[in-house]
Design a protein around this ligand. Structure first.
Ligand SMILES: *Cc1c(COP(=O)(O)O)cnc(C)c1O
Length: 360
């Protein structure tokens, strides 16, 4: 079955430009060739630029959830504090539990952010060896105050700071070394505007040292196994999705050298403002105003419209938006403004929603 092209305004997978889709179809190279080592080295130095870091870069052939599991399995020896403000935070807690780790959760109501003083309070009392934070909670449209939280965690040098930047990497500026983040990762299909299938992360020396004393790291996601292959060969332990690597390399060049990082972050802010202004006038924003995400907006269904009818109407016009996540289904809908989307495309989408609402 060949689907018709529907432009995606959903928080992953995001819309992928044709040149990138074509890059995926490049002829393959061997996963033990000199060429792949050079390709991975290029990717590594570009990801370091994207994340303002000197840390080791790993590319896993898995979706982001694989990296969530990897962070836990490699960097939690005993007890992890999960900072949780939505569905992805809860998923990460579940992953840690199923891997047999002792878990404590700091949960705030959906729509609210994790605040630094809450983290401080927990850290003062607990004997954690890792803290896990979702930077941008895709179920609620909240961006947690990463810099302020990082300042608190820095006071505890024994703690590994693990950050899920799945829906923010490439859309929001994150200065990894300055913030002291030990593990940070994202999947390819969100702000990086690539097809799903790989996850990209940066791992600090402290995290690698930590892995040495953690048992049962498994094999596929073992940081030390990946590090060994990287150090000796600039390769990966198992065959990576080579097609994705071609596309990633090209995409990173576009981001860094054609659009420019600052422009990219600004474009995300600009698109967010357009959607937020529109939504405030017609509906309401689900997330706390102080922590609105630059990459997606969760809109409360205050007009009590039939969201599925709206989505069907938009699909007929070749566009797709997302329903509310999990328990927010029916109560909210989500518009992603991440990746390669342009402000004009966002405006066109909003005017089509206005037509559906019979506004103007
Ligand atoms: C999408 C998402 C994930 C899970 O990503 P997969 O690629 O489906 O594994 C995890 N965390 C956040 C914040 C996300 O937005």
């Amino acid at each position: 079955m060949k689907n018709k092209h529907i432009k995606l305004f959903i928080p992953g997978p995001t819309e992928i430009r044709e040149e990138i889709r074509k890059e995926m179809a490049s002829p393959l190279i061997g996963h033990r060739s000199k060429e792949i080592s050079l390709l991975l080295e290029e990717i590594s130095s570009k990801v370091q630029k994207l994340l303002f870091t000197k840390n080791t870069i790993f590319v896993f052939t898995s979706s982001s959830t694989g990296f969530m599991e990897a962070a836990i399995r490699n960097c939690v020896k005993k007890k992890v504090l999960h900072l949780s403000c939505g569905a992805f935070g809860e998923r990460w807690e579940e992953i840690a539990k199923r891997n047999g780790k002792e878990v404590e959760s700091l949960r705030v109501p959906w729509g609210e952010a994790i605040l630094p003083e809450m983290v401080e309070e927990k850290l003062k009392k607990g004997d954690f060896d890792a803290v896990a934070l979702i930077h941008n909670e895709t179920s609620t449209g909240v961006t947690n105050p990463l810099e302020e939280i990082a300042k608190v965690i820095k006071k505890y040098p024994e703690i590994c700071f693990l950050v899920d930047a799945v829906s923010s990497m490439g859309g929001i500026k994150i200065e990894v070394d300055k913030l002291g983040i030990d593990v940070i990762f994202a999947g390819s299909q969100k702000c990086l505007a690539l097809p799903p299938g790989i996850a990209i992360g940066a791992v600090s020396e402290k995290a690698l040292k930590k892995a040495e004393i953690v048992e049962n790291r498994g094999y596929y996601f073992d940081f030390l196994e990946h590090f060994k292959y990287w150090k000796e060969k600039k390769q990966t332990p198992a065959t990576p999705s080579i097609s994705h690597l071609f596309a990633l390399n090209k995409k990173l060049s576009e981001i860094l050298f054609e659009e420019g990082l600052e422009n990219r972050f600004k474009r995300h802010q600009e698109m967010a403002k357009i959607v937020q202004d529109w939504a405030r006038e017609r509906f309401a924003l689900f997330a706390n105003e102080k922590y609105l995400s630059p990459t997606l907006t969760v809109i409360s269904n205050t007009r009590e419209i039939d969201i599925e009818k709206l989505r069907k109407n938009l699909r007929e016009k070749g566009k797709e938006i997302a329903p509310g996540y999990g328990k927010l289904k029916g109560k909210c809908f989500r518009i992603a403004h991440m990746g390669d989307l342009q402000p004009e495309e966002i405006k066109e989408l909003l005017s089509e929603i206005d037509q559906f609402l019979k506004i103007k």
